[in-house]
Write a protein that binds this ligand. Structure first.
Ligand SMILES: N[C@@H](CCC(=O)N[C@@H](CS)C(=O)NCC(=O)O)C(=O)O
Length: 219
């Protein structure tokens, strides 16, 4: 049984869920290899299904355990690497953290559809429609509430954790589509983008071959 974990992802430029899974693994400190399976083609799907019952990425394999879906991966990593503090120590803060991670995981469909993650993209003057704007307003509210309540610089305190990994792709969207942010949320978005892990991911995304056209899948 390979000791080192493996994380399966697809496009670094487009796949926000891959980015979330990768950040969770990096923040946990668990040593892992990254396996990129190009999105969309039949051969990759077949390969993915050999690795996991779900064709969706990210998917983590560790010591014989296969776990997919970012929330499940985050909870699993918190169990195997509790010292990393992916989830807050305090029960009430942990509940709050799980609630906002769940909101990102299941919500903000208008934002995700209208402002797809595209690290190579740059769209000044991009028109944000009402529903996507409502999602943006709610996300900014979440960020400001956490930063005010837990003191920053990350959503639940001193170190980046599960909530920061779940919201990091949103910061890239705000940059790509020039969504103006002020005060605390602007500073937080800049901190996310300046994280060494995010700089590394973006560099690899920029080097990704541009053969991926518009894909009919949710990113
Ligand atoms: N709920 C899942 C969403 C995962 C997801 O939608 N992944 C996309 C890539 S970002 C995927 O694997 N798409 C592949 C496909 O639809 O073939 C999670 O939290 O991980």
């Amino acid at each position: 049984m390979p000791n080192k974990a493996t994380l399966t992802i697809n496009s670094r430029n487009y796949s926000s869920w891959s980015l979330r899974g990768w950040l969770l693994a990096r923040f946990s400190g668990l040593p892992f290899d990254t396996l990129v399976v190009p999105a969309g083609d039949a051969a990759s799907r077949k390969e993915l299904l050999l690795l996991s019952p779900s064709i969706l990425v990210p998917c983590l394999r560790h010591q014989g355990v296969t776990v997919w879906d970012t929330l499940a991966i985050g909870e699993y990593l918190h169990e195997v690497r509790p010292q990393a503090g992916l989830l807050p120590h305090d029960r009430a803060s942990r509940a709050h953290c799980r609630a906002i991670c769940g909101e990102m995981h299941s919500g903000f469909g208008s934002l995700r559809a209208a402002l797809p993650m595209n690290l190579k993209g740059d769209s000044p003057g991009f028109r944000v429609w009402e529903r996507a704007q409502a999602d943006i307003d709610r996300i900014v509210e979440i960020w400001q509430e956490c930063l005010a309540r837990y003191g920053g610089p990350w959503l639940f305190g001193d170190e980046p954790g599960m909530a920061d990994a779940m919201y990091a792709p949103v910061a890239t969207r705000f940059l790509t589509y020039h969504v103006g942010l002020d005060g605390a949320s602007g500073g937080y978005a800049s901190r996310l983008l300046a994280l060494p892990e995010m700089v590394e991911w973006k560099q690899a995304a920029l080097e990704e071959p541009a053969e991926i056209e518009e894909l009919d899948m949710e990113f």
